[in-house]
Design a protein around this ligand. Structure first.
Ligand SMILES: Cc1ncc(COP(=O)(O)O)c(C=O)c1O
Length: 378
């Protein structure tokens, strides 16, 4: 029986030679390959304010750092001072950097079918302590980005988009990364495009961009200048992190990135097939694509009352399905944020299931998957 995975690492066949060239070049740190990768990414996302990092979580950490500590290190909050409104329907990586930056998470509810954070609930949760709003584009399907940014503007808050799943997502005719203060895209192993591990942070302001470039390397300015020894920095005004990408990851990312459009096309074609295949089957509710955008379909999410049973049956048929992320507000680390009244979160978490949709899923595979889901869903 053919096994169909839910995720698969995409590694371009032609990666071997450029990778070997870099490994043996004598320079494997942050250098020309990182610059070349960033140039290609800036053209694709159509923004000049983009940095690569060693993972997506680092991108979120930097985004929260900048959003919560706008005047630099003199304004460190502790969790009694600052709140970030966020969603529990995500990877814990969305929310751990909030507490790592000294703020408290305040949970907003989500739409029970799309899993997108609910803008009305965001507004209800705003207090004088709120500093930022975080949204997650579940499976690469855009949230209501414009409305959330309008709410943020009204209350003078920063906006962070966790677009870990959202490589190539579009919203209102613009590429992801052009709306909010900070947008992160993950380049981790199983994402559309991987650099082995890696992340992208896009920013709206040049000031944040310049700051991020410093913070990703301990706060040190690495611009090559006549008479300045980079190893012996003059002054470090703000302490940062070791979050930069290296040339080995960058050459893998850049080589894979040349395939981004064909990968996205396959994800989208498979998704379109599922929408048709599940039409008229009332016991299977598909997560709809935001009509204002184009999902990247890193995931294809459906809802069924007997979700756990279907998951088990699909496993027996050799097809990997998963919830991918479960609500993370119930973890002990978020105990001081617990909110028992999140009905959308409760419903989404009880019924959602992700089925294989990626570039490796053939026409035959998707037909088989759809037939089996229809057979087992109650
Ligand atoms: C929603 C979400 N946010 C953040 C991350 C973290 O990204 P990375 O693994 O690149 O650090 C992930 C996982 O990859 C994720 O799924």
């Amino acid at each position: 029986m053919k096994q169909i995975p839910l995720f698969k690492v995409f590694m371009a066949e032609e990666v071997d030679q450029p990778l070997l060239d870099v490994i043996h070049s004598g320079y494997i740190g942050e250098g020309e390959q990182v610059l070349a990768f960033e140039k290609a990414l800036k053209e694709f996302f159509k923004t000049p304010y983009l940095t690569t990092l060693n993972n997506g979580t680092a991108g979120l950490h930097l985004a929260y750092h900048m959003a919560l500590h706008q005047d630099g290190p003199k304004t460190w909050y502790n969790s009694n001072d600052a709140e970030v409104i966020s969603t529990p329907i995500t990877c814990t990586a969305t929310n751990e950097p909030i507490i790592a930056n000294g703020a408290r998470v305040v949970w907003a509810d989500v739409d029970p079918i799309t899993g997108s954070i609910d803008p009305d609930d965001i507004e209800r949760k705003i207090t004088p302590k709120t500093k930022a709003i975080s949204m997650v584009h579940w499976g690469g399907n855009p949230c209501d980005i414009e409305r959330i940014n309008a709410i943020a503007k009204k209350h003078d808050l920063k906006v962070i988009e966790d677009g870990a799943h959202a490589m190539g997502m579009e919203y209102k005719g613009k590429m992801v990364g052009n709306w909010s203060d900070y947008t992160m895209i993950s380049l981790q192993a199983i994402k559309h495009i991987t650099s082995v591990d890696g992340g992208i942070l896009m920013m709206k302001s040049e000031k944040d961009y310049e700051r991020a470039k410093l913070l990703r390397w301990y706060g040190i300015d690495r611009t090559i200048r006549e008479g300045i020894d980079l190893r012996c920095e003059l002054d470090v005004p703000e302490s940062g992190y070791k979050f930069h990408m290296n040339d080995v990851c960058a050459v893998v990312g850049l080589t894979n990135f040349k395939h981004v459009n064909e990968i996205l096309k396959k994800h989208r074609e498979n998704a379109a097939y599922y929408y048709e295949a599940f039409k008229g089957h009332d016991n299977i509710v598909c997560c709809p694509e935001n009509p204002d955008g184009k999902s990247a379909f890193w995931l294809f999410t459906i809802h069924m009352n007997n979700r756990d049973e279907v998951m088990q049956k699909m496993k027996e048929e050799g097809i990997m399905t998963s919830k991918v992320h479960a609500r993370n507000d119930t973890h002990s680390m978020f105990a001081d944020s617990f909110d028992p009244n999140l009905p959308g979160v409760e419903q989404f978490n009880r019924t959602h299931l992700c089925i294989p949709v990626g570039w490796w899923v053939t026409e035959e595979d998707r037909e088989r998957i759809a037939k089996l889901v229809i057979k087992y869903a109650k």
